[in-house]
Design a protein around this ligand. Structure first.
Ligand code: HXC
Length: 510
């Protein structure tokens, strides 16, 4: 009996060593943690329950029968993050480069199936050379099975991808279908075809980092939602994110203890809006002043900065925030910001996270580049996402809400539940100057008359009261009391129920 127990421990020890000390040292030398170290850091101490530690591949090609490492290059199981259950897979680059075999994929599929059945998020740590070359089509089939589960789990449990090494070729499409992707600077990359193929096909010379590093995907492509300096920081931030999320689509987000008075008055907000309507101000200041304890988890911080997306808590409950940022492109909507915000709104709606929208938007960005690239379709994504969202929706217009962008930004017309405006709000078809140039075109040569016409338009429409008279704005509120008003609005909506007509699924303009 004793021998058997000892053998079990010996086998476990061997499995834990992955590809051996030399390869573990090489992993560390690159500033990367091993697959197991990552899981240990991600989960609460002692909470990890591993599955399939002894699973080995069945390939006999290219001498693979002599190389059958226990676990087959991926560590899988479940554990907890601050006491809440999550499923995890972590690819082990020290074992055959973390490459995906038929059995490696099966291990991932097993925990994904369990996650859906038991209603808990899946966190995938990617560090892999891609399809196991020795296995050929069996590996591709394995990927296909994982993709299929990504799709089935979408909208059922949150799926989070951490890219902590190579992730190339078709392998990128599993993370791409998850809700969030986080990368580590200088040690991770994602691309469909690598630098060598790019050079052959297009003659472009580009490094792996330039082509698909964290900077590229957080600033240019928007494939990734965040980039971190190293593995430890990335893992700590994902733990923080998980605290904001519900475990599945049938559960409400967790309620955290809070020590911040929901009725807190912020006098400084009364002077947040500059006297000159064309002077920018930082919308993040408002977000931080509304949030419990000023805690804001921002997503896609470096992409389409004219719109801000992320999570806060109000009275301990998670709220998704979408806010125009007047500091960048005057806060206007364009293709990138519409896509960014639309995807965020849809995530929140899928997981019952209420939405707070802070509006200061002069309209859509004009220009051929926008029109040729399809701003009509992309802008419609955000409009559609807001209109279909049935979660509690509270909107505060701080300054400009012009034209179509007024309607898009969670207006009452798109089933916004509470639509507040500050006294500084300007809700109109367009700004006074543009409006005057159209409706008083005949007077344009007369500077004095034009100034008067502009002033008249401003006096008539550059305020929240016309919209308030029609009931499109529920209340004009004091900026200083925004946190209290918004918190009370969400509190009143906790049991909101909306029925939508049956449909197989919608047809959002993709
Ligand atoms: C089998 C692999 C492997 C793979 C790496 N290894 N990739 N084994 N299949 N795909 C093994 C190496 O043989 C090596 O084994 C160990 O992993 C570490 O690899 P190195 O090359 O020494 O590491 P490094 O220099 O860091 O380079 C990492 C790498 C490179 C850039 C990922 O290994 C690489 O280019 N690999 C091949 C990538 C690839 O073409 N994959 C297929 C893509 S197509 P030893 O024993 O020496 O430690 C694809 C399609 C998916 O993925 C389709 C889904 C539908």
């Amino acid at each position: 009996m004793k021998d058997i127990l000892a053998e079990l421990e010996a086998r476990r020890d061997a499995a834990r060593m992955g590809g051996g000390q030399r390869r573990i040292d090489a992993q560390h030398a690159r500033g990367k943690l091993t697959a197991r170290e990552r899981v240990q850091l991600l989960l609460d101490e002692g909470s990890f329950e591993e599955f399939d530690m002894f699973v080995a591949h069945r390939c006999t090609e290219f001498g693979m029968e002599k190389q059958r490492p226990a676990g087959d290059g991926v560590v899988t199981g479940w554990g907890t993050i601050n006491g809440r259950m999550v499923y995890v897979f972590s690819q082990d680059f020290t074992v055959l480069g973390g490459s995906v075999s038929e059995t490696h994929a099966k291990k991932i599929c097993k925990i994904m199936d369990m996650a859906v059945e038991n209603g808990a998020p899946v966190i995938g740590i990617n560090d892999s050379g891609g399809a196991r070359i020795q296995e050929g089509v069996d590996s591709l089939a394995g990927y296909g099975e994982v993709f299929s589960r990504n799709i089935r789990a979408s909208g059922v449990v949150p799926q989070i991808s951490m890219i902590m090494g190579p992730c190339a070729g078709g392998a990128v499409y599993s993370p791409a279908m998850t809700d969030f992707i986080f990368m580590v600077r200088d040690s991770s990359y994602m691309f469909v075809t690598g630098p060598d193929v790019v050079k052959t096909v297009t003659n472009e010379v580009v490094t792996a980092e330039e082509l698909g590093g964290a900077s590229t995907h957080t600033k240019k492509s928007s494939v990734a939602d965040g980039a971190f300096t190293n593995d430890v920081e990335a893992i700590a931030e994902v733990r923080r994110l998980v605290d904001f999320l519900p475990l599945n689509n049938r559960e409400k987000p967790p309620v955290r203890p809070f020590f911040d008075d929901p009725a807190r008055i912020e006098d400084s907000l009364d002077t947040l809006i500059p006297d000159n309507p064309n002077t920018p101000y930082d919308m993040k200041e408002l977000i931080l002043k509304i949030a419990d304890e000023g805690d804001f988890f921002e997503l896609q911080e470096d992409f389409a900065k004219n719109i801000i997306t992320g999570f806060i808590r109000l009275e301990g409950q998670t709220v998704g925030v979408v806010a125009n940022q007047p500091m960048v492109l005057a806060g206007c909507l364009d293709i990138d910001s519409s896509r960014k915000a639309a995807r965020f709104v849809r995530f929140c709606d899928a997981f019952e996270i209420p939405l707070l929208t802070l509006v200061d938007v002069p309209g859509f960005l004009p220009g051929t580049s926008q029109e040729y690239a399809g701003v009509i379709k992309h802008g419609a994504k955000l409009l559609y996402a807001y209109g279909e969202a049935t979660v509690p929706k509270v909107t505060v217009i701080t300054r400009k809400a012009y034209g179509g962008a007024y309607v898009v930004m969670s207006s009452q017309h798109l089933r916004g539940d509470f639509n507040y405006a500050w006294p500084t709000a300007e809700i109109a078809v367009m700004g006074a100057k543009g409006a005057t140039e159209i409706i008083h075109r005949a007077d344009l040569d007369d500077a004095e008359k034009t100034a008067q016409n502009t002033q008249d338009y401003e006096d008539r429409f550059a305020n929240p009261f016309v919209a308030a008279e029609r009931g499109f704005i529920d209340e004009v509120i004091q900026p200083r009391s925004t946190r209290r008003r918004v918190a009370r609005a969400f509190a009143s909506l906790r049991n909101k129920q909306v029925h939508t007509p049956w449909k197989k699924h919608d047809n959002i303009p993709l």
